[in-house]
Structures are given as structure tokens and as C-alpha cells.
Design a binder for this molecule. Sequence first.
Ligand SMILES: [Zn+2]
Length: 347
Amino acid sequence: MTGPAGIADGPGADDHPAIGIDIGGTNLRAAVVDAAGAVLDTVSVGTPHDPASLDTALVDVIGTLAARRPVSAVGLAVAGFISRDQQVVRFAPHLPWRDSAVPARLAPRVGLPVYLEHDANSAAWGEMWFGPAGSGENVAVVAIGTVIGAALLIGGTMYRGSNGVAPELGHLPVVPGGRPCACGKSGCLERYCSGTALAATADAMLAAAPERASSLPRGAGALTGAAVAEAAAAGDGVAREAMSDFAQWLGVGLSIVADVFDPDLIVVAGGVAASAPLFLDDARRVYAGMVTGAGHRRLARIRRSELGVAAAMIGAAESARRSAAADAPDRHGGAQEGGAARDGGAQ
Ligand SMILES: [Zn+2]
């Protein structure tokens, strides 16, 4: 194992950048990413909600980017259950794919190898190769946006579980009889610790105290997590309280991660990572007080992502680039995922 394929092997098609696409329920966000993790080009379009249109939109996005510069492969980051062999999207709550062999269907249409990965795992690959996760041995990446995605990297290898769905950190029930969750349960962690939760918490605080002054808009659905974060940064009292509540729950969630998994590093990623100065120290305090045996063990470091919301695109692209190099029949020395040799090329 000599490092990323392509670099070690000399010039060739494998050295071309790859396309990473973060397939969310709202947008398809695509980027062309080079072997050093640099984003060279991006395209974003709305996500169609029928299977044929979704395929066509992906083919169009890939065609648009591939027409601008040579690319070697396509990596798709999907929020959903991926088969363990990473060939099939079993189920994705916000997408129309069900037991859908996406790579086999799209590859001939785009003329490029297409690879599939869970979005949290993609973000974890990005954080490992180009962000802080590369400095850990056993690493949990907790990506918090509208929901919670999590991934476990054990010695540079992705832990996928028996069904390929581990870990569903966001759906650990932490409040019996709590807020209802789209998964069918109630009181799930992500109902209290996500961008969506931040808005819901602020909403509830405003509704409970209509006389309180706040710059936040009132009324169900008027708020977003980003708006609350912005108001908290500007000093709004209600927003800061909601942020403090979020931090408490993040601390609880991270202590559960530490109790179950005992990592040496936890990376907080996703859209909310940009607001880390507003909550991360509070979350660290709660975490340090809740981990079992705190004071008698070395606590995992908690760091924030440096890649932000681009992590999944970057990780999907680099993962695809490496896989395509390893899969190419005429080439050797491709870095396998377990190799995880960072190439030192973080931006
Ligand atoms: Zn849930």
C-alpha cells in the first residue's frame, strides 16, 4: 500500500478528479474533487421525487460536470440503507429508490464507474482523508444537519454492521414518550439534537413565553435551525437558550457514543458544525460529566469538521476515485479503504 492509487501509479485516467454527489431529499449537490480533496467545480439541482426523473437528473448533472473536465468515477452519497456490497439502495426515506441497483443502472448511461455509499460514511471518509478524523485510531463521525448521521471508523475501516446500516445514532430513543420521529418511534436523539430540533426547541420556547422579546419569527414552521444559530450568534436570548438545550443533548449523544464505542476521537460534522463555537464547549462539559467512569479514563477528543457540508461530496468522490483505481483491471497498487493512507493533501 503506497498511498492513493493514481498518485503512486503515475499518470493515467485514475488521476483524474472524481465526481461526488450528495443526494439529499431536497437537492442533488455535486462536486468535482481532485485527489487532494479540493473542490474544482459544483452543480446543484432539486431532487426529483420519482425514480426515472431522479436517474435522469443524476445523468444530467454528471454529464454537465464531465463535459467541463475529464473525470474518473462517480461516487453517490445517499441518506438511506445501502446493501453491504454497496450495490443496492435498499431504502431511503426521502428518495424514491427501493431495492434499487443504482450503480449498475447509471454506469452505462454515464460511461463512468459509479459507486454507492451511505452519506454519513461518505462524510466520514472525507473527514478521514482530508479532515481531522485522520488523526484518530477509533473515530466516530457525528454529522448533524436536518438529521443526525453517524459513522464509525475502526483503525481506518468503516464499521458497517450486519445489515450495513450501523450506526443509527439519531434514532436512539432518549426521551420516553418524547417528540414524535419520522422513523415511527418517539423521543429519538435527532428530535432534540439536529438543525430541525434546534428550530423546534426555539419554537416551543417562544410558544411557552409569548411575552418574551426575541428577534426570532413566531409561528409553527417559521423557523430554521440556521436562523436560530444566526440569532444565537447575535445574542438573542431565546435562541441562545435553544442552542444551550441543543448542546446538552449533543453532550448526551456523544457520551452514549463514548460508552458504546470508546473512540479516541469524535468529529462533529454536518451543517451545524459551522456554529460549533456556540455549542461545542457546552456539549464537551455535558459529555465529560456523563461518560461512564469519567475521571478514570482518557476521554475521546471532540473536534469539529473542517469540511463542513461538503464532506459527503468530497468523501464520495475520493472513495469512488480510489475504488475505480483499485477496480481497473490493468492497474495495481490501488489503495483499499482499509489502507486509509492520507496523502497529506488536505486542501
Ligand atoms: Zn427516530
